[in-house]
Design a protein around this ligand. Sequence first.
Ligand code: C5P
Length: 217
Amino acid sequence: MDGVIVIAVDGPVAAGKGTLARELAARTGLRHLDSGMIYRAVAALVLEAGDDSGDGRACRRRAERLVVADLERPGLRDQKIGSMASRVAAHRDVREALVGFQRRFGRTPPGAVIDGRDIGTVVFPDADVKFFVTAHVRARAARRHRELVSMGETADFGNVLQELSERDRRDSERAWAPLRKADDAVVIDTTKLDAAAAAEKALDIVRHRLGAASVLS
Ligand code: C5P
């Protein structure tokens, strides 16, 4: 892609794609974008303004005014914002408004590792390497539950499992840019793989596709 390298890392909630994308960026020298933060930031703006999350046009207006500083807002990782983000992200209007932001980021030299749901299918269908990171739903819920507990939140495993399953369903069933594996994506199943093993597996594939020099030792 014109001397710029883009690596797409897609997958469902808590599969480990963010951790993998950060490690890939560190080891390749590429920049990293967690595209979920973009949808979370729009969700926060919608909530703050008291807009209806079912109103695509109202949500689009918030998306169009998004600035990079909004991605640093506190509280974006909260479960409530994640849930709202998946509602806001279902609108075609919102997704269209945010594609340009992601493409500009990815095309800025030297390129980027971008994680999300539709990076390899819609945002960068011509990405140099594509990964689809997944894991069994209970393994993902257990991870998310541990994460919330370690942040000092009181979380019930059953609720976490239910919220995650609902988010999976909304993300996979939406009409516009649903979560799905790109035909040419390599699947990394992290159900029984820790973060380090997943990263090594992915880095081997990057070396194979882009040459040994693409990965810093
Ligand atoms: O990845 P994360 O859980 O932070 O994303 C929050 C929500 O944003 C997801 O549930 C999904 O609905 C939406 N999203 C998306 N496309 C992306 C990234 C996130 O629809 N590329």
